[in-house]
Design a protein around this ligand. Structure first.
Ligand SMILES: [Fe+2]
Length: 328
């Protein structure tokens, strides 16, 4: 008979189990103070647990906003705590302050009660299955189109984590801008999809050029500048992405005609490309890169204002700055 060494027991064992679970787990007190998050949740949120443990759930993860625009609870865990409604494997959109783009996850929540049935707190765990947690399929986008875009997103992510995170944020900003501009739902959804794949052409650029710390030589510049046409060329082989191709090709055109690859000007540039240009620049400026630290929000806003009318469509900058005021 094989000998088994005894497991540790008591609270230590409970914590060891929670830390070993590949699903993100979060535990709150009955006054909604965050008591614990496990390592998977730290990874999902991309934040150190010391920053959020001990804080009220809605403050720490939802910027103090308990409800979404439609009046629903932003946090299923909060809903469980306040209403007693428990979730079991339900697919839900999760978007905390740490996730720029919403994620579709399978959510499980339950109340924690003592022996007398008194509520002591609540716990949530989310499915960590990659197929359950994915970029959300916009309502007007047919499945085959979305699946193709999703496959490209995975390819970008496998190659380069920074570009994937950047693409998700550009997608989300672009969707919000298009919505605020009053564009129709199909265009809003298309803006989101284009954000996801706008840099797909970077797959062809060598790693050392993409993340080079020093200045680029002319050949390296040529490679980087080729990515918008390369992306358009890759996507052009898929017939149902016809709408996406010219948008991706033009995402580095500039409003005053000094961009690339064609030097298109003003309204010659597709509207979604003009939106992507603003979203792309803003996210690039506000992220740390291998060659420089992130700009402050104020400095990034200054840059957008300074380049409105030259690099960027001034109307789109105006809308984006309004959005920033609303959200931040
Ligand atoms: Fe780009």
């Amino acid at each position: 008979m094989k000998e088994f060494s005894p497991l540790i027991s008591g609270p230590e064992a409970a914590e060891l189990i929670l830390e070993s679970i590949p699903s993100p787990v979060i535990l709150v007190n009955n006054d909604s103070t965050i008591l614990y998050i496990n390592g998977s949740m730290e990874k999902f949120l991309n934040v150190k647990r010391s920053k959020i443990i001990g804080r009220p759930l809605i403050q720490a993860l939802y910027n103090g906003q308990a409800f979404n625009k439609k009046g629903g609870y932003r946090s299923p865990l909060m809903e469980t705590l306040l209403t007693g409604r428990e979730f079991s494997g339900q697919l839900m959109e999760i978007k905390t302050v740490y996730n720029v783009a919403p994620r579709l996850l399978k959510v499980n929540t339950f109340l924690i009660k003592d022996a007398g049935g008194k509520i002591k707190g609540a716990c949530a765990f989310f499915s960590s299955n990659a197929h359950d947690s994915r970029i959300i399929q916009p309502s007007t986008v047919p499945s085959e189109q979305f699946e193709t875009i999703y496959a490209f997103a995975e390819a970008i992510g496998a190659r380069d984590g920074y570009t994937m995170g950047h693409s998700e944020k550009v997608a989300e900003y672009s969707r919000l801008i298009a919505e605020k501009m009053g564009l129709d739902l199909k265009t809003v959804d298309l803006a989101y999809l284009c954000g996801i794949v706008h840099d797909v052409g970077k797959i062809g650029i060598p790693e050392e050029v993409l993340n080079k710390k020093g200045p680029l030589d002319s050949e390296e510049y040529r490679l980087i500048m080729g990515h918008s046409q390369m992306g358009a060329s890759i996507l052009s082989h898929i017939s149902w992405l016809d709408d996406v191709v010219p948008i991706i090709e033009a995402h580095h055109e500039r409003y005053n005609g000094t961009g690339y690859p064609r030097g298109l000007k003003g309204e010659e540039i597709p509207i979604i490309s003009r939106i992507l240009a603003v979203a792309d620049a803003f996210d690039a400026m506000t992220s740390d890169r291998s060659y420089r630290k992130a700009y402050s929000l104020e400095k990034a806003v200054e840059e957008l204002k300074m380049n409105a009318g030259t690099q960027f469509d001034p109307q789109i900058v105006k809308v984006f700055l309004e959005l920033l005021r609303e959200y931040m």
